[in-house]
Design a protein around this ligand. Structure first.
Ligand code: ATP
Ligand code: SKM
Ligand code: MG
Length: 180
């Protein structure tokens, strides 16, 4: 087993790379990977936009909270959370108490460049998705920061070295880290 204690839990805004980097981290660390969005889709058999359409954001958040409760009971896994998972205090506490929480931080402009083409994020299907991401950043950045044990800047495009660098950074005691 690697020397990163407990579950490794990724938080951050849409497009930060929680899913993409989470999978790569799990592979490298030989841990099982779960993505809370993906688990919700598997349990319901429908996509996230469909859940938002049928049950609204509140319905989605309820399902998300149930999935987080279940996932944090496992040991030594990597969890990619949804961008809004930290909005509920109960989720925040469960994440903090059951793993090492890493905030993947990037600026809204960078995030939009990565996900603008993707219709799978209902909150961004608006006339001005950049303004929406900026609004979410303003509200959520302080929450991500206070929830995380470690913050890593992921504005720069990832390379084949990114995951190795993140693992190295996670072994350091410092809290504010940059991939640069
Ligand atoms: N550092 C990066 N450099 C380049 N592309 C990236 C980087 N991080 C993520 N991406 C790309 O951005 C897109 C979104 O990434 P990903 O789905 O992992 O984000 P996420 O944090 O899981 O978002 P969500 O909260 O919506 O689930 C993917 O196409 C991914 O390849
Ligand atoms: O930032 C958010 O609130 C969201 C992010 C995605 O991961 C999904 O969980 C969903 O699209 C909502
Ligand atoms: Mg994701």
């Amino acid at each position: 087993m690697d020397d990163i204690a407990g579950n490794l839990i990724l938080i951050g805004l849409m497009g930060a790379g929680k899913t993409t980097l989470g999978k790569q981290l799990a592979n490298k660390l030989r841990r099982t990977f779960y993505d809370s969005d993906q688990v919700i889709c598997e349990r319901t058999g429908v996509s996230i936009p469909t859940i938002f359409e049928l049950e609204g954001e509140a319905g989605f958040r309820c399902r998300e909270a149930m999935v987080i409760s279940d996932l944090v009971q496992q040991k030594n896994i990597v969890i990619a959370t949804g961008g809004g998972t930290v909005l509920q205090i109960e989720n925040r506490l469960k994440l903090q108490q059951n793993g090492h929480v890493v905030y993947l931080h990037a600026q809204p402009e960078v995030l939009l460049g990565r996900i603008a083409h993707d219709k799978n994020r209902p909150l961004l299907q608006v006339s001005d998705p950049l303004a929406k991401l900026q609004e979410l950043y303003t509200i959520r950045d302080p929450i991500y920061r206070t929830t995380a044990h470690t913050i890593i800047d992921v504005d720069s495009p990832y390379s084949i070295h990114t995951v190795t660098r993140i693992i190295r950074l996670l072994r350091k005691p410092s809290q504010q880290l940059s991939l640069l």
